[in-house]
Design a binder for this molecule. Structure first.
Ligand code: SF4
Ligand code: FES
Length: 385
């Protein structure tokens, strides 16, 4: 007998079976797919894509240990496996539950899931302010999207909301804890891609907050990636805050020969005219950083915060934006407006804002470079004020 309790024959048979099972079948919302053993329900759904994929506010495939915090990815398991087809008694977090051969999962086809997700969104919004009109994350905020899809018109919450003072954590990042949903992603970034973590979740329950310990600054070369992984507007780029709305900017893919070890040098530049307002890592369809050569494409702070001239980059072309995203507005290069109709409707007014805003924009004064201001843009910086 071996120490595990199996005899040699049983053990060999087990290993042979394991080898035979190269893929397993899982059905999600009536779509069957073969996936590798060990795949989570969420990742199996991502392989199918589209609406079948549950939302994920805390899971991040490039960060080990992430997931299991926010419950937005709950799904119903209608049959556990081919061997044991009983349903699971409760909804499960799809980011943390592995698939079994013959498993049947319901996401958008389950009323229970829709109801639970509505409840989760209501919980996430208990304390989160509805300040989208002044939040820099608006237009690319996963909670804003979830709010539109599952939010209720009113709130049942009658108690005082928890609020926090804004905190500068290092020279480039501002933490607005009032907006934080405690997904822990930023702490995983600090743990896994910077040399030292000086922030984390302190206190518990209603007092839980992301903070630096005794106001230590986060000054690591890769700290800016925390901004990219934050699903809401809790961590924002101080060099971009209040300078522009993201849907007025035009994202382009660009690269440079960065010498910082670990930086992929491939980024998205968010332009307005020729000005680079913001530099971020390139994101995939799930809002996560793209991988290059099998590795996550994290970028360093030099690329992100200090390289804001187009000459420093080789522009590859316009970034593909989901057609459902507000950021894609005004980006249709071939769109031709019926000018005479627009002029007639607008009583002769030049329809600048309905055309390609980037080439015709006359909003800021020509000698004012909004992206280079070391403060938020003010009304004086714009024309006709
Ligand atoms: S600051 Fe952002 S990334 Fe960090 S825990 Fe809060 S919501 Fe998540
Ligand atoms: S994404 Fe699964 S619990 Fe948050």
């Amino acid at each position: 007998m071996l120490h595990c309790g199996l005899c040699v024959k049983e053990c060999l048979e087990y290993l042979r079976m394991e080898e035979e099972i190269k893929t397993i079948k899982v059905t999600i919302d009536n779509i069957t797919i073969d996936v590798a053993p060990g795949t989570t329900i969420l990742n199996a759904a991502r392989q199918i894509g589209g609406d079948v994929t549950p939302p994920a506010m805390c899971y991040y495939s490039k960060l080990d240990g992430s997931g299991g915090k926010c419950r937005t990815c709950l799904v119903e398991v209608a049959a556990g496996s081919a061997a044991d087809p009983r349903p699971m008694p409760k909804l499960v977090a799809s980011c943390r539950t592995g698939v079994m051969d013959g498993m049947v999962v319901k996401n958008i086809t389950s009323e229970k899931v829709t109801d639970a997700r509505n409840g989760v969104v209501e919980f996430l919004l208990l304390n989160h302010p509805l300040d989208c009109p002044i939040c820099d994350q608006a237009g690319e905020c996963h909670l804003q999207d979830l709010g539109y899809e599952h939010g209720k018109e009113g709130t049942r919450y009658q108690f005082a909301r928890r609020t926090f003072k804004k905190e500068d954590i290092g020279p480039y990042i501002q933490l607005h804890m009032t907006r934080c949903i405690l997904c822990y992603r930023c702490t995983y970034v600090a743990d896994q891609i910077t040399q030292k973590r000086v922030h984390g979740v302190i206190d518990r329950g209603d007092h839980a907050a992301i903070s630096t310990y005794i106001s230590k600054a986060i000054d690591n070369d890769f700290s800016g990636n925390m901004i990219d992984v934050c699903p809401v507007g809790a961590l924002t780029d101080k060099t971009f805050r209040f300078k522009n709305r993201v849907w007025f900017t035009k994202p382009v893919d660009a690269h440079r020969n960065c010498t910082t070890p670990g930086c992929c040098g491939k980024a998205t530049l968010w332009l307005r005219g020729e000005e680079v307002f913001r530099v971020t890592a390139r994101k995939d369809q799930w809002g996560e950083v793209q991988s290059f050569d099998g590795k996550p494409g994290w970028i360093c702070n030099t690329c992100r915060f200090e390289t804001k001239k187009t000459e420093s980059w080789t522009v590859e072309g316009i970034t593909t934006i989901s057609r459902h995203s507000v950021i894609g507005l005004n980006k249709y290069k071939t769109l031709e407006m019926p000018k005479e109709t627009v002029k007639a409707v607008m009583k002769g007014t030049d329809p600048k804002l309905l055309m390609d805003i980037h080439s015709v924009s006359g909003v800021n004064k020509p000698d004012t470079h909004l992206s280079e201001l070391d403060r938020a843009a003010k009304s004086d910086d714009f024309k006709n004020n």
